[in-house]
Design a protein. Sequence first.
Lengths: 352, 369
Amino acid sequence: MTTIDKTASVPAPRDGATHDGPLLDVRDLHVEFRTREGVAKAVNGVSYSVNAGETLAVLGESGSGKSVTAQAIMGILDTPPGFVTKGEILFRGQDMLKMSEEEHRKVRGSKIAMIFQDALSSLNPVLSVGYQLGEMFRVHQGLSKKEAKVKAIELMDRVKIPAAAARVNDYPHQFSGGMRQRIMIAMALALEPDLIIADEPTTALDVTVQAQVMDLLAELQREFNMGLILITHDLGVVADVADKIAVMYAGRIVEQAPVHEIYKRPAHPYTKGLLASIPRLDQKGQELYAIKGLPPNLLKIPSGCAFNPRCPKADDVCRTDVPVLVPITEQDGTDLPGRRSACHFWKETIHG
Amino acid sequence: MADLSKNEEAVAASEAEAVAAIEAPAERGEPILQVRDLKKHFPLTQGILFKRQVGAVKAVDGVSFDLYQGETLGIVGESGCGKSTVAKLLMNLEQATAGEVFYKGQDITKLSGRALKAVRRNIQMVFQDPYTSLNPRMTVGDIIGEPFDIHPEVAPKGDRRRKVQELLDVVGLNPEYINRYPHQFSGGQRQRIGIARGLALNPEIIICDEPVSALDVSVQAQVINLMEKLQDEYNLSYLFIAHDLSIVRHISDRVGVMYLGKMAEIGTDEQIYEHPTHPYTQALLSAVPVPDPEARAHRERIILTGDVPSPANPPSGCSFRTRCWKAQDKCAEEIPLLAIPEPFQGQDTPAAHFSACHFAEEKNVVAAH
């Protein structure tokens, strides 16, 4: 025990004294992929923020840019072909895009960590999980191999992997899917970061295991007062854990709202369509509501509102003018705190 | 010699009989497929030269159910519970270790030759992953038309192109896409191609193994609607295997819950979702995230501990007992049978349906909407 106490770093004070804005503030981020077929505009002006202890859910279909935004925040975008062309990513007030690679390395892992979707392909199959967990301590804190292994066992205990001491030398394939995801979580937690980005952390898991993993994540988040960005396409998971939601479509945020609001009164036709397409009890035997058409090709995003070819409300203005993400209000003009919508017809959508 | 030819004649005669039975139209409201105590054990061997069997993975271990004409039977369960193996057994892609599958009175696990071919025409499959289940080097026309090469009696040669275009139209794709390749389509469109291929031979049963789980949320609803429309139009019976409980509830008339190679509970969608009596079903339903943040506070979730045990070494007695909060000594000793639980026998309640638990009782869980 004593050796651990000596080497364990004191958790950094949350909400650092030097900065009192949001923990992470993404502003007008643009990312594009320059490919042989042309330039794919994956992210076109995304802005969101996360506070300490808060859970932001980023909801979107494949190709909506939700994972690319996360990769840009982490600084793990494949360059080339991916390039951040515009925008700021402020972590505690510091623009991460302007940091040197060396500074970035210090933030990544120790301050911001990421949990990936597919634990089996994210873990190295030829290294034991203990070694991989310990790497965080060896690289960032300069611990010895022995000390790092003790810490690794401690971490495995914390994410409730049974018989951690006996399993520390096992390899990833020897663990079940749920246990592997716990190892991913343990790795992200290792240096007690301020912010965790979880990219579809439970998509590959069964519902009973998904419930275990989400519970664990919520518990650890409370314990460390971490900010959490949860990237997902599952409206059920979002309703369970999120504080606020950002819905993405074709590289833009189309709606932002606190979690309770959005399910009751969506203010964008896309969100409305997504919610309506969930099978509900009273609609059994009837046709499900389906958003017609397909998500757009990022090489040729439709002009105006990217959702216009699929939108039941689309009008001429939607085909020419890109709608801006604007704060929305009640019918009588009172503010709806935290709510924004990027639709020319948000009034009709929310109040109609 | 005489004996042998007589024997052959007898075989040919019984085969013709089987084919006739298979080709007869199915009657509505009758079970079209009867599965009885179906088992599939994959042997575990040791040694390279002298292989000896050291055990078996009991992927499917005694599953029985009926599939009626025109209905949808949903099968749910976690990965590794054997639901996909059941699908393969019904398609006769795997040889069953034991048990019977009766299709119109014929046991398809024992059929071969002409009779098996006739059965396969009537039982078709739609696969999970539309990216790997279509050959990237074949055009859509070739993919959908391939079943006609094997069963030329369905469509004469000159007629095939028109038939394929008809099928494309039926599943909501432009018939002019006939010469395109799979990579030119999105996931949802590819799944439509897979469905068109399944429909090509006018089957009576379509086995759908996770048909929408690889698709985007907004596209899932489109494909589900298409499948329901086709079911009404062609009077199809679906065996719908999936892990998304809300989609299964939407499309199914009856639902079976599998755990570790066995059927834990089976009944109508209302019986299973509103009045589950098996603890596993209850846990499964309570773990489904409900897309309603208001439900967060007042819903009881049963979080199971641990993982599904290995099917190579299942627990004695009830296979769920290692994760069950109700487990007692009896559960380790006696295998619970799939039957109407004693307390509900003879009663007219929705809880009176087949459930394989010694201590079956109703528990109020917030079911998936």
